[in-house]
Design a protein around this ligand. Sequence first.
Ligand code: ADP
Ligand code: ASP
Ligand code: MG
Length: 407
Amino acid sequence: MIVQKFGGTSVKSVARIRNVAGIVASAARHDSVVVVVSAMGDTTDYLVKLAGQTSKTPARRELDALLATGEQISVALVAMALNDRGVKAVSMTGAQLGIITESVHTAARIVDIDTARILRRTEEGLVVVAAGFQGATPAGDITTLGRGGSDTTAVALAAALRASICDIFTDVYGVYTADPNLIPTARLLKEISYEEMLEMARVGAQVLHPRAVELARKHRLPVRVRNTFDPQHEGTILKGADQMEISRPVSGVTVARDQARLAILKVPDRPGVAAEVFGALAQQHIGVDMIIQAFHQDQSVNDITFTIKRSDLDTARPLLEQVAARIGAKGILADPDVAKLSIVGAGLMDQPDIAARMFAALGEAAINIKMISTSEIRISCAIAEGDADHAVRVIHDLFHLDEPQNG
Ligand code: ADP
Ligand code: ASP
Ligand code: MG
């Protein structure tokens, strides 16, 4: 059993759907295949826009009902194209696939997959064409998994079906040292560890959805990223860090755009205040990152600064103003112009000069650093969004990521 996933650009037109059917047909000659597909081209963006034009505050349940239609179109068409080639195929929606999610609209996590219906069909010799990005709550409401979530559907199905591999077909050759559409000299990585890929996906490498990588790591499932337009090419394989031959100091540089920065000023220094601040945001499902608590000359107060997605700012700001008043903080500051530049590498912490070199190169390029955060294998800087493209170029050059000897 193998799972093959095709993203939006791979099924953008009827001609491309036929191309996909060709790739699936040759795999189906020797394997049982489950195909996961995204909506055609920019369909999901179009549906989001349509909702916004209809209502300023569309109900999240209805947004999910709307967005899920994109994938329903492409699964039906792919199944038709396969049947035309003489490959028996059947399309299925998230609910038909048995994908049960939590009851959180627009960013639901998969809690369980009942594979009985899929297996019945594959045992009959059919290719199952699965709608990515969607599931259903136990009560039967349609949910979606968050933008880019078809990757997660593919990996979750591969894990549940104990597939030998999950191939993610997209519009580039695999995972590169930077977005190849931004940095033409970016180099294709033959392999990358789950850990590095997870960090890269979380901080802006759109090529894989972070939850897909998380699931792959948990199940130690081999995932390959490959090019739809050159399906024989090996692409990039994700594997455990212990299976890697090399541990590069820097594997890649990424940028996450559309971020914002919020600060709560002079928060009284007592136990429980941070929980109150971040608890309120969590309740509204607002994800936070780069949390920094800085101490003040006046030791009875701290400033707490963090980043969120810019689209969450309108919800977060009034919420935080209320919390600030409640806990006796001085007020809040909001900065909507933020992008997050990151470098990721398993061997990064072995070389303490890397952070210093990164900051120095940004300084020389007159790029101001607004915030810094690190993990064991990542260094991130918040910068102005207008500096993002330039910054990626500067850092890619600094670490000579275009050169093969760097991994
Ligand atoms: P799909 O529709 O197939 O899911 P996506 O647009 O979600 O495709 O992801 C593929 C895109 O990810 C590429 O076209 C590329 O511009 C972008 N990308 C960003 N960072 C990277 C990276 N480090 N390596 C490869 N692609 C990247
Ligand atoms: N169609 C959805 C999106 O555009 C899911 C995906 O493509 O992975 O976000
Ligand atoms: Mg994608």
